[in-house]
Design a protein. Structure first.
Length: 317
């Protein structure tokens, strides 16, 4: 009887933890897990382990958290594990060629995009923001470039008009793990061939930041509606109302005209705000110190805040 494949797993967020769960339930031998160093989180800024670290510790898997894999010491530490395969999912560290060369079967990555469409840090949110009709997971062989390796396997899912960054993330986190298990079986059997990516079709999925979540009301409402969905649950689109922060968690496209950022209607159906083209109907909001509420609830209790003609934010000059 042949020994099970020795696999080292590298990943950090919840998306990666879902893949690790599938590997832990497989016949493969998970000999170690690599994840990012613990980071401060929450109001107390206490050091918090990543979801991948928490899962690995629950299963008594050794956890390594080097700040870089570029030095000889970290590379020797991985080589000593004698992995057959390195599986990488949203790890967050660049793997130099010296690391990619360690496993006997190489390194594979589960990437939340139909490559080469979105390469980089935020493919899920960028697909929603851009209005893509579908997304998926690509399992690829890793090489030194950013998400540039040969594609081994793809699974797809439509992006609906209701999808948020969060809902698409959760769906892809279900699709990715079985694809990785299937790809590992094909690699071990020598039956899986990689398809070279067409670099001319690639787009870079920039990392998300809070600044770009500030609504520019001079933009078309159709773009802003997608942005609101893409940035939920993080970083959450926001504007200001009478000098106070206003978080926008849900909105829909609507007709209407006015100065960009101007409140042109308010009812239990939502807060109607003029944009560069058309209008946005804000249906779920969060005021400072409060929790996220449907606008119908805010309208009942805080109607005076949403007077017609009030300007939200500042339109781009």
């Amino acid at each position: 009887m042949t020994e099970p494949l020795r696999i080292v797993f590298a990943g950090t967020p919840e998306f990666a933890a879902e893949h690790l769960k599938a590997l832990l339930a497989s016949p493969y031998d998970i000999v170690a897990v690599y994840t990012q160093p613990d980071r401060p989180a929450g109001r107390g800024q206490k050091l918090m382990p990543s979801p991948v670290k928490q899962l690995a510790l629950e299963h008594n898997i050794p956890v390594l958290q080097p700040p870089t894999l570029r030095n000889a010491e970290a590379q020797a530490e991985m080589a000593a594990l004698k992995p057959d395969l390195l599986v990488v999912v949203a790890y967050g560290l660049i793997l130099p060629q010296a690391v990619l060369d360690i496993p006997r079967l190489g390194c594979i990555n589960s990437h939340a995009s139909l490559l080469p469409r979105w390469r980089g840090a935020a493919p899920i949110q960028r697909a929603v923001e851009a209005g893509d009709g579908e997304s998926g997971v690509t399992v690829m062989r890793m090489e030194a470039g950013l998400d540039t390796g040969p594609m081994l396997l793809k699974v797809t899912t439509p992006i609906t008009a209701q999808d948020t960054g969060g809902s698409l993330h959760d769906r892809l986190a279900e699709l990715g793990p079985p694809a990785v298990i299937q790809a590992i079986g094909g690699l071990a059997a020598g039956t899986l061939e990689g398809e070279v990516q067409d670099d001319s079709l690639a787009t870079y999925a920039h990392k998300l930041n809070k600044d770009e979540a500030r609504i520019d009301w001079s933009r078309p409402a159709a773009e802003l509606e997608r942005l609101v969905r893409a940035f939920n649950p993080w970083p959450i689109c926001h504007s200001s109302l009478n000098g106070e922060a206003l978080k926008i968690l849900a909105a829909s496209l609507s007709d209407g005209k006015g100065t960009p950022g101007q409140i042109i209607g308010a009812s239990k159906d939502g807060l109607l705000v003029a944009c560069g083209e058309q209008a946005l109907c804000l249906t779920r909001l969060q005021l400072p110190g409060g929790k996220a509420l449907n606008f119908s609830d805010l309208f009942n209790s805080r109607r005076e805040k949403f007077a017609l003609g009030t300007l939200l934010g500042v339109a781009a000059q």
